[in-house]
Ligand binder design. Structure first.
Ligand code: NIG
Ligand code: FE
Length: 427
Protein backbone atom coordinates (compact mmCIF):
# COMPACT_ATOMS: atom_id res chain seq x y z
CA UNK A 1 0.00 0.00 0.00
CA UNK A 2 1.40 3.43 -0.94
CA UNK A 3 0.50 6.81 0.48
CA UNK A 4 -1.44 8.02 -2.53
CA UNK A 5 -5.08 7.75 -1.60
CA UNK A 6 -8.45 8.92 -2.83
CA UNK A 7 -11.43 8.98 -0.48
CA UNK A 8 -14.67 9.59 -2.33
CA UNK A 9 -18.44 9.83 -1.88
CA UNK A 10 -18.26 10.72 1.85
CA UNK A 11 -21.79 11.57 2.93
CA UNK A 12 -20.17 14.38 4.92
CA UNK A 13 -16.63 15.59 4.47
CA UNK A 14 -16.16 17.50 7.72
CA UNK A 15 -13.12 19.58 6.79
CA UNK A 16 -12.81 21.84 9.91
CA UNK A 17 -11.02 24.03 7.36
CA UNK A 18 -8.56 26.59 8.66
CA UNK A 19 -4.92 27.21 9.52
CA UNK A 20 -5.25 28.79 12.98
CA UNK A 21 -7.24 28.31 16.19
CA UNK A 22 -10.94 29.16 15.94
CA UNK A 23 -12.36 31.47 18.56
CA UNK A 24 -15.86 31.69 20.05
CA UNK A 25 -18.56 31.51 17.37
CA UNK A 26 -16.07 30.41 14.69
CA UNK A 27 -15.91 27.07 16.53
CA UNK A 28 -19.43 26.24 15.30
CA UNK A 29 -18.58 26.15 11.59
CA UNK A 30 -17.19 22.78 10.51
CA UNK A 31 -17.01 23.65 6.78
CA UNK A 32 -18.78 20.50 5.60
CA UNK A 33 -18.79 19.30 1.99
CA UNK A 34 -21.69 16.96 1.14
CA UNK A 35 -20.74 13.96 -1.00
CA UNK A 36 -17.13 15.00 -0.53
CA UNK A 37 -13.83 13.63 -1.73
CA UNK A 38 -10.18 14.25 -1.11
CA UNK A 39 -6.97 13.27 -2.80
CA UNK A 40 -3.81 12.50 -0.85
CA UNK A 41 -0.51 12.35 -2.74
CA UNK A 42 2.77 11.41 -1.08
CA UNK A 43 1.02 11.66 2.27
CA UNK A 44 -0.22 15.24 1.78
CA UNK A 45 -3.69 16.51 0.89
CA UNK A 46 -3.70 17.66 -2.73
CA UNK A 47 -7.35 18.33 -3.41
CA UNK A 48 -10.64 18.63 -1.47
CA UNK A 49 -14.17 19.11 -2.75
CA UNK A 50 -17.42 17.65 -4.00
CA UNK A 51 -16.74 14.15 -5.39
CA UNK A 52 -17.84 14.69 -8.98
CA UNK A 53 -16.02 18.02 -9.19
CA UNK A 54 -12.59 16.77 -8.19
CA UNK A 55 -12.73 13.20 -9.49
CA UNK A 56 -14.19 13.56 -13.00
CA UNK A 57 -11.56 12.76 -15.62
CA UNK A 58 -8.94 12.05 -12.94
CA UNK A 59 -6.38 9.35 -13.75
CA UNK A 60 -6.43 7.21 -10.60
CA UNK A 61 -3.48 5.00 -11.56
CA UNK A 62 -1.20 4.62 -8.55
CA UNK A 63 -3.90 5.59 -6.04
CA UNK A 64 -5.72 3.43 -3.55
CA UNK A 65 -9.39 4.35 -3.57
CA UNK A 66 -11.78 4.23 -0.62
CA UNK A 67 -15.47 4.62 -1.26
CA UNK A 68 -16.77 6.32 1.89
CA UNK A 69 -20.41 6.23 0.80
CA UNK A 70 -22.73 6.53 3.80
CA UNK A 71 -19.89 7.58 6.10
CA UNK A 72 -18.65 10.85 7.57
CA UNK A 73 -14.98 11.72 7.06
CA UNK A 74 -13.08 14.04 9.43
CA UNK A 75 -9.51 15.16 10.16
CA UNK A 76 -7.68 12.85 12.59
CA UNK A 77 -8.11 13.89 16.21
CA UNK A 78 -5.20 15.63 17.93
CA UNK A 79 -4.67 14.95 21.65
CA UNK A 80 -2.64 17.97 22.86
CA UNK A 81 -2.09 17.08 26.54
CA UNK A 82 -1.03 13.65 27.80
CA UNK A 83 1.48 12.00 30.10
CA UNK A 84 1.46 8.67 28.26
CA UNK A 85 5.03 7.52 29.05
CA UNK A 86 5.38 6.33 32.64
CA UNK A 87 6.38 3.37 34.79
CA UNK A 88 4.02 1.46 37.09
CA UNK A 89 0.36 2.07 37.88
CA UNK A 90 -1.60 3.64 40.76
CA UNK A 91 -4.70 1.47 40.90
CA UNK A 92 -4.56 1.37 44.69
CA UNK A 93 -4.68 5.17 44.93
CA UNK A 94 -7.78 5.17 42.73
CA UNK A 95 -9.48 2.92 45.28
CA UNK A 96 -8.31 5.21 48.12
CA UNK A 97 -9.87 8.14 46.32
CA UNK A 98 -13.16 6.27 46.02
CA UNK A 99 -13.07 5.90 49.81
CA UNK A 100 -12.63 9.66 50.25
CA UNK A 101 -8.92 10.56 50.11
CA UNK A 102 -8.19 13.57 47.93
CA UNK A 103 -5.68 13.65 45.07
CA UNK A 104 -3.60 16.30 46.87
CA UNK A 105 -3.70 14.41 50.24
CA UNK A 106 -2.22 11.37 48.52
CA UNK A 107 0.41 13.51 46.78
CA UNK A 108 1.35 15.31 50.00
CA UNK A 109 2.04 12.05 51.77
CA UNK A 110 4.52 10.97 49.11
CA UNK A 111 2.19 9.13 46.75
CA UNK A 112 0.59 10.49 43.61
CA UNK A 113 3.05 11.85 41.07
CA UNK A 114 5.98 10.92 43.34
CA UNK A 115 4.90 7.29 43.31
CA UNK A 116 5.00 7.26 39.49
CA UNK A 117 8.38 9.02 39.68
CA UNK A 118 9.77 6.10 41.71
CA UNK A 119 8.37 3.56 39.25
CA UNK A 120 9.62 5.50 36.21
CA UNK A 121 13.12 5.80 37.68
CA UNK A 122 13.14 2.03 38.16
CA UNK A 123 11.82 1.24 34.66
CA UNK A 124 14.13 0.35 31.78
CA UNK A 125 13.79 2.62 28.75
CA UNK A 126 12.73 -0.41 26.67
CA UNK A 127 9.74 -1.01 28.90
CA UNK A 128 8.73 2.68 28.72
CA UNK A 129 8.92 2.33 24.94
CA UNK A 130 6.87 -0.86 24.76
CA UNK A 131 4.10 0.33 27.09
CA UNK A 132 4.08 3.71 25.32
CA UNK A 133 3.71 2.06 21.91
CA UNK A 134 0.76 0.01 23.16
CA UNK A 135 -0.91 3.15 24.52
CA UNK A 136 -0.52 4.85 21.13
CA UNK A 137 -2.19 1.84 19.48
CA UNK A 138 -5.12 2.36 21.77
CA UNK A 139 -5.22 6.11 21.03
CA UNK A 140 -5.14 5.39 17.30
CA UNK A 141 -8.20 3.17 17.69
CA UNK A 142 -10.09 6.26 18.93
CA UNK A 143 -9.07 8.27 15.87
CA UNK A 144 -6.08 10.13 17.30
CA UNK A 145 -3.33 10.78 14.73
CA UNK A 146 -1.06 13.18 16.68
CA UNK A 147 -0.41 13.20 20.42
CA UNK A 148 1.49 15.45 22.79
CA UNK A 149 3.43 13.71 25.56
CA UNK A 150 5.18 15.09 28.62
CA UNK A 151 8.14 14.12 30.74
CA UNK A 152 7.77 14.89 34.44
CA UNK A 153 8.04 11.47 36.05
CA UNK A 154 11.79 11.80 36.51
CA UNK A 155 12.45 15.08 38.32
CA UNK A 156 16.15 14.36 37.78
CA UNK A 157 18.45 14.58 34.78
CA UNK A 158 18.70 10.90 33.90
CA UNK A 159 15.05 9.97 34.25
CA UNK A 160 13.67 13.08 32.52
CA UNK A 161 16.04 12.43 29.61
CA UNK A 162 15.11 8.72 29.61
CA UNK A 163 11.41 9.57 29.34
CA UNK A 164 12.00 12.02 26.50
CA UNK A 165 14.28 9.56 24.68
CA UNK A 166 11.57 6.92 25.05
CA UNK A 167 9.05 9.31 23.47
CA UNK A 168 11.45 10.06 20.63
CA UNK A 169 11.87 6.33 19.96
CA UNK A 170 8.11 5.79 20.13
CA UNK A 171 7.63 8.62 17.62
CA UNK A 172 10.11 6.95 15.26
CA UNK A 173 8.56 3.50 15.61
CA UNK A 174 4.83 4.29 15.63
CA UNK A 175 2.78 5.78 12.79
CA UNK A 176 1.28 8.37 15.15
CA UNK A 177 3.22 11.62 15.58
CA UNK A 178 4.42 12.51 19.07
CA UNK A 179 5.05 16.13 20.12
CA UNK A 180 7.30 16.31 23.19
CA UNK A 181 7.05 18.58 26.24
CA UNK A 182 9.55 18.98 29.07
CA UNK A 183 7.68 18.92 32.40
CA UNK A 184 10.62 18.71 34.82
CA UNK A 185 8.81 20.84 37.44
CA UNK A 186 5.87 18.44 37.78
CA UNK A 187 6.30 17.88 41.52
CA UNK A 188 8.78 18.97 44.18
CA UNK A 189 11.17 16.11 45.08
CA UNK A 190 11.26 15.51 48.86
CA UNK A 191 14.79 16.87 49.28
CA UNK A 192 13.81 20.16 47.60
CA UNK A 193 10.71 20.93 49.73
CA UNK A 194 10.95 24.62 50.62
CA UNK A 195 13.83 25.01 48.14
CA UNK A 196 11.80 25.07 44.96
CA UNK A 197 13.94 27.78 43.31
CA UNK A 198 17.03 25.62 43.75
CA UNK A 199 15.22 22.70 42.08
CA UNK A 200 14.10 24.95 39.22
CA UNK A 201 17.66 26.26 38.79
CA UNK A 202 18.89 22.66 38.67
CA UNK A 203 16.44 21.86 35.87
CA UNK A 204 17.34 25.03 33.97
CA UNK A 205 21.09 24.57 34.27
CA UNK A 206 21.60 20.81 34.33
CA UNK A 207 18.76 19.30 32.30
CA UNK A 208 17.17 21.73 29.86
CA UNK A 209 20.25 22.66 27.80
CA UNK A 210 20.65 18.99 26.83
CA UNK A 211 16.92 18.69 26.11
CA UNK A 212 17.20 21.58 23.66
CA UNK A 213 20.48 20.54 22.14
CA UNK A 214 19.21 17.02 21.41
CA UNK A 215 15.81 18.25 20.26
CA UNK A 216 14.10 16.19 22.95
CA UNK A 217 11.28 18.66 23.62
CA UNK A 218 9.72 21.69 21.99
CA UNK A 219 7.49 22.86 24.87
CA UNK A 220 8.07 23.53 28.56
CA UNK A 221 5.41 22.95 31.19
CA UNK A 222 5.10 23.31 34.99
CA UNK A 223 2.48 22.18 37.54
CA UNK A 224 1.49 25.64 38.80
CA UNK A 225 -0.67 24.84 41.82
CA UNK A 226 -1.05 25.62 45.50
CA UNK A 227 1.44 23.49 47.47
CA UNK A 228 3.31 22.51 44.29
CA UNK A 229 4.86 25.39 42.29
CA UNK A 230 3.56 28.86 43.11
CA UNK A 231 2.81 31.61 40.60
CA UNK A 232 6.23 33.15 41.39
CA UNK A 233 8.04 29.84 40.86
CA UNK A 234 6.12 29.30 37.63
CA UNK A 235 6.81 32.81 36.33
CA UNK A 236 10.51 32.34 37.05
CA UNK A 237 10.70 28.91 35.39
CA UNK A 238 8.62 29.76 32.35
CA UNK A 239 10.44 33.02 31.66
CA UNK A 240 13.76 31.20 31.72
CA UNK A 241 12.38 28.43 29.51
CA UNK A 242 11.07 31.02 27.04
CA UNK A 243 14.48 32.73 26.94
CA UNK A 244 16.06 29.38 26.14
CA UNK A 245 13.70 28.92 23.17
CA UNK A 246 10.99 26.61 24.52
CA UNK A 247 7.36 27.31 23.68
CA UNK A 248 5.17 27.52 26.76
CA UNK A 249 2.14 25.63 28.03
CA UNK A 250 1.34 24.79 31.62
CA UNK A 251 -0.97 23.19 34.19
CA UNK A 252 -2.92 26.20 35.45
CA UNK A 253 -5.73 26.82 37.95
CA UNK A 254 -6.57 23.12 38.22
CA UNK A 255 -7.40 22.72 41.88
CA UNK A 256 -7.12 26.21 43.40
CA UNK A 257 -7.56 29.57 41.69
CA UNK A 258 -4.12 31.14 42.00
CA UNK A 259 -3.95 33.26 38.86
CA UNK A 260 -2.66 30.67 36.40
CA UNK A 261 -4.76 32.00 33.51
CA UNK A 262 -3.47 35.52 34.16
CA UNK A 263 0.11 34.26 34.19
CA UNK A 264 -0.41 32.51 30.86
CA UNK A 265 -1.59 35.84 29.41
CA UNK A 266 1.34 37.74 30.92
CA UNK A 267 3.85 35.29 29.44
CA UNK A 268 2.14 34.79 26.09
CA UNK A 269 1.90 31.03 26.63
CA UNK A 270 0.55 29.02 23.71
CA UNK A 271 -1.89 27.20 25.98
CA UNK A 272 -3.04 27.08 29.59
CA UNK A 273 -4.32 23.66 30.57
CA UNK A 274 -7.00 22.40 33.04
CA UNK A 275 -8.38 25.81 34.17
CA UNK A 276 -11.17 24.32 36.29
CA UNK A 277 -10.86 27.30 38.63
CA UNK A 278 -9.85 30.04 36.17
CA UNK A 279 -11.22 33.50 36.98
CA UNK A 280 -13.61 35.45 34.72
CA UNK A 281 -10.94 38.06 34.15
CA UNK A 282 -8.31 35.42 33.33
CA UNK A 283 -10.65 33.79 30.80
CA UNK A 284 -11.51 37.05 29.07
CA UNK A 285 -7.85 38.03 28.88
CA UNK A 286 -6.94 34.64 27.36
CA UNK A 287 -9.49 35.29 24.61
CA UNK A 288 -7.99 38.72 23.91
CA UNK A 289 -4.38 37.60 23.55
CA UNK A 290 -5.11 34.16 22.06
CA UNK A 291 -3.91 31.80 24.80
CA UNK A 292 -5.65 28.49 24.09
CA UNK A 293 -7.53 27.02 27.07
CA UNK A 294 -6.88 23.28 26.80
CA UNK A 295 -9.62 21.59 28.80
CA UNK A 296 -9.30 18.11 30.29
CA UNK A 297 -12.75 16.91 31.36
CA UNK A 298 -11.54 13.35 32.01
CA UNK A 299 -9.53 14.68 34.94
CA UNK A 300 -12.42 16.64 36.41
CA UNK A 301 -14.52 13.47 36.07
CA UNK A 302 -11.82 11.21 37.55
CA UNK A 303 -11.26 13.51 40.51
CA UNK A 304 -14.99 14.14 40.96
CA UNK A 305 -14.31 17.86 40.52
CA UNK A 306 -16.23 20.62 38.86
CA UNK A 307 -15.69 21.06 35.13
CA UNK A 308 -13.84 23.90 33.44
CA UNK A 309 -16.26 26.57 32.25
CA UNK A 310 -16.12 25.83 28.54
CA UNK A 311 -19.41 27.61 27.82
CA UNK A 312 -18.26 30.84 29.47
CA UNK A 313 -14.92 30.57 27.65
CA UNK A 314 -16.45 30.08 24.20
CA UNK A 315 -19.13 32.72 24.82
CA UNK A 316 -16.28 35.10 25.68
CA UNK A 317 -14.48 34.31 22.44
CA UNK A 318 -11.82 31.84 23.60
CA UNK A 319 -10.42 29.18 21.23
CA UNK A 320 -11.02 26.09 23.37
CA UNK A 321 -9.11 22.82 22.83
CA UNK A 322 -9.86 19.43 24.41
CA UNK A 323 -7.44 16.70 25.48
CA UNK A 324 -7.47 13.47 27.47
CA UNK A 325 -4.66 14.27 29.99
CA UNK A 326 -3.95 10.53 29.84
CA UNK A 327 -1.79 9.80 32.92
CA UNK A 328 -1.51 7.10 35.59
CA UNK A 329 -2.99 9.19 38.41
CA UNK A 330 -5.68 11.80 37.93
CA UNK A 331 -6.96 10.46 34.61
CA UNK A 332 -5.95 7.01 33.39
CA UNK A 333 -7.77 7.08 30.10
CA UNK A 334 -6.98 7.68 26.46
CA UNK A 335 -10.64 7.48 25.56
CA UNK A 336 -11.72 10.20 23.15
CA UNK A 337 -15.35 8.96 23.33
CA UNK A 338 -15.29 9.65 27.07
CA UNK A 339 -13.95 13.17 26.51
CA UNK A 340 -16.65 13.81 23.90
CA UNK A 341 -19.37 12.58 26.26
CA UNK A 342 -18.17 14.75 29.14
CA UNK A 343 -17.74 17.85 26.98
CA UNK A 344 -21.23 17.39 25.57
CA UNK A 345 -23.12 16.44 28.70
CA UNK A 346 -21.19 18.21 31.47
CA UNK A 347 -19.60 21.22 29.81
CA UNK A 348 -22.48 22.31 27.62
CA UNK A 349 -20.39 22.31 24.47
CA UNK A 350 -22.14 21.74 21.18
CA UNK A 351 -21.18 18.86 18.89
CA UNK A 352 -19.57 21.29 16.43
CA UNK A 353 -17.54 23.00 19.18
CA UNK A 354 -16.33 19.64 20.46
CA UNK A 355 -15.12 18.59 17.01
CA UNK A 356 -13.32 21.92 16.51
CA UNK A 357 -11.73 21.49 19.95
CA UNK A 358 -10.37 18.05 19.04
CA UNK A 359 -9.09 18.98 15.57
CA UNK A 360 -7.97 22.43 14.44
CA UNK A 361 -7.92 23.95 17.94
CA UNK A 362 -6.04 21.04 19.49
CA UNK A 363 -3.58 21.23 16.58
CA UNK A 364 -3.16 24.94 17.39
CA UNK A 365 -2.55 24.08 21.06
CA UNK A 366 0.61 22.25 19.96
CA UNK A 367 1.50 24.85 17.34
CA UNK A 368 0.63 22.60 14.42
CA UNK A 369 -2.47 24.34 12.96
CA UNK A 370 -0.56 24.95 9.75
CA UNK A 371 0.05 21.24 9.04
CA UNK A 372 -2.66 19.16 10.76
CA UNK A 373 -6.11 19.53 12.36
CA UNK A 374 -8.17 20.08 9.22
CA UNK A 375 -8.76 18.69 5.74
CA UNK A 376 -7.11 21.43 3.71
CA UNK A 377 -4.82 21.34 0.71
CA UNK A 378 -1.18 21.10 1.81
CA UNK A 379 -1.87 19.49 5.20
CA UNK A 380 -0.91 15.96 6.22
CA UNK A 381 -3.26 13.23 5.05
CA UNK A 382 -4.41 12.39 8.59
CA UNK A 383 -8.04 11.38 8.29
CA UNK A 384 -10.71 9.35 10.08
CA UNK A 385 -13.72 7.62 8.58
CA UNK A 386 -16.73 7.05 10.84
CA UNK A 387 -19.10 4.09 10.80
CA UNK A 388 -22.02 6.50 10.48
CA UNK A 389 -23.10 9.09 7.91
CA UNK A 390 -22.91 12.16 10.16
CA UNK A 391 -20.53 13.68 12.71
CA UNK A 392 -23.55 14.06 14.98
CA UNK A 393 -23.24 10.38 15.90
CA UNK A 394 -19.99 11.16 17.78
CA UNK A 395 -21.60 12.40 21.04
CA UNK A 396 -24.84 10.54 20.40
CA UNK A 397 -23.26 7.07 20.63
CA UNK A 398 -22.27 7.75 24.22
CA UNK A 399 -18.84 6.56 25.25
CA UNK A 400 -18.39 4.29 22.23
CA UNK A 401 -15.81 4.75 19.48
CA UNK A 402 -17.45 4.97 16.06
CA UNK A 403 -14.15 5.38 14.22
CA UNK A 404 -14.02 2.74 11.49
CA UNK A 405 -10.75 3.60 9.76
CA UNK A 406 -7.78 5.82 10.60
CA UNK A 407 -5.49 7.12 7.87
CA UNK A 408 -2.11 8.55 8.76
CA UNK A 409 -0.17 10.32 6.04
CA UNK A 410 -2.31 8.65 3.39
CA UNK A 411 -1.98 5.11 4.79
CA UNK A 412 -4.67 3.15 6.57
CA UNK A 413 -3.21 2.35 10.01
CA UNK A 414 -6.38 1.16 11.71
CA UNK A 415 -9.41 -0.66 10.39
CA UNK A 416 -11.97 -1.83 12.92
CA UNK A 417 -13.43 -4.26 10.37
CA UNK A 418 -10.08 -5.99 9.97
CA UNK A 419 -9.42 -6.46 13.67
CA UNK A 420 -7.86 -3.15 14.66
CA UNK A 421 -4.44 -1.69 14.42
CA UNK A 422 -1.97 -4.55 14.35
CA UNK A 423 -3.43 -6.15 11.23
CA UNK A 424 -3.12 -2.86 9.41
CA UNK A 425 0.41 -2.21 10.56
CA UNK A 426 1.47 -5.58 9.28
CA UNK A 427 0.03 -5.00 5.80
O1 NIG B 1 -2.50 16.84 34.52
N1 NIG B 1 -1.81 17.87 37.64
C1 NIG B 1 -0.71 17.43 37.41
N2 NIG B 1 -0.37 16.50 36.52
C2 NIG B 1 -1.23 15.54 35.95
C3 NIG B 1 -1.44 14.36 36.84
C4 NIG B 1 -0.24 13.54 36.93
C5 NIG B 1 -0.39 12.34 37.84
O2 NIG B 1 -1.26 12.30 38.72
O3 NIG B 1 0.42 11.44 37.63
C6 NIG B 1 -2.52 16.15 35.52
O4 NIG B 1 -3.59 15.95 36.14
FE1 FE C 1 -1.64 16.93 32.80
Amino acid sequence: MNNNLIIKNASQLVTCSGFRAKQGKEMSDLHIVENGALIIEDGLIKSVGESSLILDNLDTTGFDVIDAGGKAVLPGFVDPHTHFVFGGYREEEFSWRLRGDSYMDIMNRGGGILSTVRATKAAAKESLVSTGLARLDSMASFGVTTVEGKSGYGLDHDTEIKQLEAMKEIDEKHPLDVVKTFLGPHAVPGEYKGKEEIFIDYLINDVMPEVLERDLAEFSDIFCEENVFSIEHSRYFLNRAKDMGFKLKFHADEIVQIGGAELAVELGALSADHLLQASDMGIRSMAKVGVIPTLLPGTAFGLKGSYARARYMIDNNCAVALATDMNPGSCFTESIPLIIALAALHMNMTTEEIITSLTINSAAAIDRADIIGSIDVGKKGDIIILEFPSYQYLPYHIGVSIVERVIKGGKVIYDKRKGGISNCLLT
